[in-house]
Design a protein around this ligand. Structure first.
Ligand SMILES: Nc1ncnc2c1ncn2[C@@H]1O[C@H](COP(=O)(O)OP(=O)(O)OP(=O)(O)O)[C@@H](O)[C@H]1O
Length: 228
């Protein structure tokens, strides 16, 4: 269970203070595909970053599997992110001087997976997102946005995370590859009991979620539960 309780995140910019997340309370059961929708600037990415302990809330608590991630020491937060969370960032955040294949092998290396197995597993993950052949040997800068997005999704899956937090995972994909990614994420929810939280502008993605939270001005203004 992912539980967000009374969470507020304020940013100061240019002497002004804004509440990017303004008192959000929500629950996402295990093995759920959840989506967060809302207009630009409504606080979706900020909320996702808080769920992944990439940033600390101004107030409120976030529990993942019963652990208050906002109360962990910085060192424990790193360990939490590395072992339990798979991130798909809007800007991909791939390592620019590593090839597509090496980017996916990296978290496996951190996890102590040995050479040959590491490569096999990374290749299998990349195949799952529809990438193979010469593109795997290219640096991120030599791949299209959609290809980089798929590498970042393969990387997020590498450690078999309990929770996947994905910011616009289909934002740069054509409809065929977008559908492939959503199907892949849905399959993980069913087969591996992974919890997937997707920030999206894509109605097709939101419609396939078990729960959809709509945000406006930092608040959840509507929750649609498709009865999981
Ligand atoms: N580090 C920051 N410093 C100052 N303001 C910030 C910071 N990060 C986000 N904001 C502000 O917080 C609000 C919410 O931003 P956020 O990125 O969470 O929105 P979003 O719904 O994800 O938008 P988009 O759909 O455009 O990605 C915006 O007004 C944004 O300008």
């Amino acid at each position: 269970m992912l539980q967000v309780k009374d969470v507020v995140k304020r940013f100061k910019s240019g002497g002004e203070e804004i509440a990017a997340v303004d008192g959000v309370t929500l629950e996402i059961p295990d093995a759920t595909f959840a989506s967060i929708v809302g207009s630009s600037g409504s606080g979706k990415s900020t909320l996702l970053a808080l769920m992944g302990a990439l940033d600390a809330p101004t107030s409120g608590t976030i529990h993942v599997g019963g652990v208050d991630v906002t109360a962990l020491s910085p060192g424990k937060q790193v360990a939490y992110r590395r072992s339990r969370i798979g991130f798909v960032f809007q800007q991909y955040n791939l390592v620019p001087n590593l090839t597509a294949l090496e980017n996916v092998m990296l978290p496996l290396e951190f996890d102590g997976v040995k050479g040959a197995e590491r490569k096999d597993r990374a290749l299998a993950l990349l195949r799952q997102v529809g990438l193979s052949g010469a593109k795997l040997g290219r640096l991120p800068g030599k791949l299209s946005g959609g290809e980089q997005q798929r590498v970042s999704i393969a990387r997020a899956l590498a450690n078999g995370p309990e929770v996947i937090l994905a910011d616009e995972p289909t934002g740069n994909l054509d409809s065929r590859n977008g559908k492939r990614i959503v199907t892949l994420l849905r399959d993980l929810v069913v087969a591996k009991k992974t919890t997937v939280v997707v920030v999206t502008h894509d109605r097709g993605v939101a419609n396939r979620a078990d729960i959809t939270f709509s945000m406006r001005d930092g608040k959840i203004v509507h929750t649609k539960n498709r009865g999981v």
